[in-house]
Design a protein around this ligand. Structure first.
Ligand code: ADP
Ligand code: ZN
Length: 731
């Protein structure tokens, strides 16, 4: 990397753009010169595009032909640490730099000049009469010592309607003025009183804070059962980070979780942090991006891509529910936000906290190996105890065909209803039924574009493909044999289970929680709050409910099919089942009432089911680690998935075969290639998919070998190749 920090007007600079080119482009520095890392607008053909000054120009062409940078944008230049980070992620994930830059500039309107909007602050006038509402507005403005608010923020903070604020403006008690749109975030105060911590929590906090004060990189695995206060603990790590004048980032796996978390941040630090996720408005995203860059956002709460925000002084990254699969991005740039959080922190000297009740085997192994520190919170906060877990042996239950709630589970739910407590019935399948079968000819209705069955969604009154999202109305007759009235649902999804529950417990109030049943994150959040307040006797939920929500009145969890994810070909099937079952079970008994989890299973002796029931987590991980070590698979070996796709299956296989034959670069590092084979989902959106799997010893330079392996390929026409380093799912 260049050491030259500043370029005079007319000097040649190399500019990285987000255009799909394999190199930087040379331009002359504009009037007034520019800094290394400056965001600039440059001409490209007839267009103007965004770029970053990446170093001195390469030259080697007629300099009189060089065009000039149009202008330097009014945003903080990209810091060296960010440039290094993007380069390393590009190398790790085998992603071209332009795609990395796109990831790092995902805020709209970065090249717009800051626009104006109305803000409100304390005025000199006195209101004609004082009301409680008016007093609250003035108090908020006084408390924040001259800080300005938007109308919405002020009304929200003071819990008044906007007309109260407008009334005060008329009387001069509040002043309205124009201000640039991207305002700094309200100050977070780390020294407001926190909760009284338990001894366990206080010890963990002390260790984290001491580690933070060194100002060096390090990763801590914070393991604690659900409800043990991990959030309380890492909030104190955030507090210490803020005291040190550094910035903190908290990553959450699910937007629906942010609402509860924001409320907790506000209670702890007196104001709300910046939010970064797909649900945030464009203006808000732009504001976050800019304020993070100039250090005027102390804390960001966000989804995985928040990791690519231009922090000025990042001191802490928390990855909550670190085992969650949604941290792995599986389109565009294939990256694991958890792993890249560690990389970024190592570059900028930040602390990483990986929090989970059921860590990934990767993190567990890193802690075992001493690469990560490990802190354990072993008991639940207050009176809450871990639920008692029991199997329901489905081989011994009398089941009516087409039903899934066993008599034993039915009885347990009934007891809860009588006591006014909540039950959760968990099934990890969206829709009404996973299969629609013709009882005349045996045809199963499939998607026209994918190698997948269509799933009936009765709520939407359609069949849906969960791969490509294609929907069609439920046909009246079998599309294959034309028989009428013979199409039948097979197997349960959440909607069908809800139907069974309604019939079985007619007196109960039933709530369904599945990501596809809500039009917006707000609607989902409202439903979750309703349930938390007790407005449901039975909650029927998919995976969504496993993720950290607090339902204090919930005392029973019934898992409809504990065997469901045990049988995947996926190397992580056991780990996933273990995590999911323990997470779901953790929803029960979070307040003062003890909880119970009942797992319906046909194989209560299966080692994974036994490990789940016995709660012997260390035992489970040790056994799982030994198995993976013996097989040389992650985290004890390295893997990469290569997917080739195209409209015709023949040419796709031809390339796959050629790659398998020419595997010298892989053999040189001791790696093996498996395949080509049809991918588990062999067709998506009409494209045929063929997969190769690369397996290498731990520590082998797999990216470099793969780069050399694929470099000679010339993909013709519509053929595509994607590389997924450390694949999490195999599809
Ligand atoms: P986790 O993140 O491990 O699931 P939380 O931090 O959400 O646990 O804590 C579970 C519940 O217990 C929350 O409602 C939290 O506010 C409460 N809690 C945890 N520790 C304390 C404490 N020291 N004082 C008061 N409440 C606490
Ligand atoms: Zn499809």
């Amino acid at each position: 990397m260049s050491t030259q920090e500043y370029f005079d007007q007319g000097e040649l600079v190399a500019v990285l753009t987000a255009q799909p080119l394999d190199r930087t482009l040379d331009y002359k520095a504009p009037e007034g010169g520019c800094f290394l890392g400056a965001f600039v607008e440059v001409p490209l053909g007839p267009r103007k595009v965004l770029g970053v000054v990446w170093g001195p120009g390469q030259g080697g062409f007629d300099l009189s032909k060089a065009r000039s940078v149009i202008r330097v944008l009014e945003v903080a230049p990209m810091r060296e640490e960010m440039r290094v980070f993007l380069g390393k992620v590009a190398d790790y994930t085998l992603t071209p730099m332009p795609a990395m830059l796109r990831l790092a500039t995902r805020a709209p309107g970065l090249s717009d000049p800051p626009s104006m909007r109305k803000i409100y602050r304390l005025g000199a006038g006195e209101p004609d009469r004082m009301t409680d509402a008016r007093l609250r507005v003035l108090e908020v403005l006084r408390d924040y010592g001259g800080l300005a608010f938007t109308l919405k923020e002020l009304a929200e903070q003071a819990a008044v309607t906007s007309s109260v604020v407008k009334g005060l403006v008329k009387q001069g008690a509040v002043q309205k003025e124009d201000s640039p749109r991207d305002l700094p975030y309200p100050h977070l105060e780390p020294d407001l009183p926190g909760k009284d911590l338990t001894d366990d929590q206080a010890a963990a906090v002390a260790k984290l804070q001491a580690a933070l004060r060194t100002g060096d990189y390090g990763t801590t695995l914070l393991k604690g059962v659900t409800g043990s206060g991990k959030t309380e603990v890492y909030l104190e790590a955030v507090a210490e980070t803020l005291r040190m004048g550094r910035q903190a980032l908290v990553l959450l796996p699910e937007i629906a979780l942010t609402a509860e978390f924001l409320t907790r941040v506000e209670a702890r630090f007196g104001a709300r942090p910046a939010e970064w996720h797909s649900g945030a408005t464009m203006t808000e995203r732009r504001r976050v991006w800019r304020m993070v860059g100039q250090g005027d956002a102390q804390l960001v709460v966000g989804a995985r891509s928040a990791l690519f925000l231009p922090f000025r002084n990042l001191g802490l990254v928390v990855v909550d529910e670190e085992h969650d699969t949604s941290y792995k991005q599986e389109d565009g740039v294939h990256y694991s936000a958890r792993d890249m959080a560690v990389l970024r922190s190592a570059i900028c000297g930040a602390r990483v906290v990986l929090a989970s009740a059921t860590p990934s085997l990767e993190s567990w192994a890193n802690a075992e190996a001493g690469k990560y520190d490990r802190l354990d919170l072993t008991s639940r906060f207050g009176a809450a105890v871990l639920p008692d877990m029991k199997p329901i042996d489905m081989r011994a239950e009398q089941m009516q065909p087409g039903t899934w709630i066993s008599p034993s589970l039915r009885q347990a739910v009934r007891q809860r209803i009588e006591k006014g407590e909540q039950s959760l019935l968990f099934i990890n399948r969206r829709g009404y039924a996973p299969v629609t079968l013709c009882r005349a000819c045996g045809e199963q209705i499939a998607c026209d574009h994918c190698d997948a069955r269509m799933v009936e969604h009765r709520f939407l009154k359609r069949l849906m493909c969960h791969q490509c999202g294609e929907t069609k109305p439920m046909p009246e007759t079998c599309p294959s044999c034309g028989a009428e009235g013979k199409l039948a649902p097979v197997g349960p999804g959440i909607e069908r289970l809800a139907e069974e529950a309604e019939a079985t417990f007619p007196e109960a109030k039933i709530a369904m929680l599945s990501s596809d049943l809500f039009g917006s994150a707000r609607a989902l959040k409202a439903k979750i709050e309703e349930i938390a307040e007790g407005d449901a006797d039975i909650v029927i939920g998919t995976q969504l409910v496993a993720k950290g929500h607090n339902f204090p009145k919930l005392t029973l969890v019934g898992v409809i099919d504990a065997d469901l994810s045990l049988h995947g070909a996926d190397l992580r099937a056991a780990e996933r089942t273990f995590q999911l079952m323990r997470q779901v079970a953790g929803r029960a008994g979070r307040a003062d009432k003890p909880g119970q989890a009942l797992l319906q299973t046909f194989q209560p002796e299966h080692p994974v089911i036994r490990a789940i029931l016995s709660g012997d987590e260390e035992g489970f991980w040790k056994a799982e680690a030994a198995g993976r070590q013996a097989a040389g698979v992650p985290p004890y070996g390295r893997m990469a998935g290569i997917v080739l796709s195209g409209p015709e299956v023949g040419p796709v296989f031809d390339i796959g075969n050629a790659m398998a034959r020419n595997d010298m670069p892989l053999r040189q590092i001791g790696a093996q290639v498996f395949g080509p084979a049809p991918a588990p989902i062999a067709r998506i959106r009409g494209r045929h998919r063929v997969r190769l799997l690369v397996k290498a010893p731990k520590g082998a330079p797999i990216q470099d070998a793969i780069a050399r392996w694929i470099a000679p390929l010339r993909l013709k026409g519509d053929l595509r190749l994607t590389v997924d380093i450390d694949p999490q799912s195999f599809y």
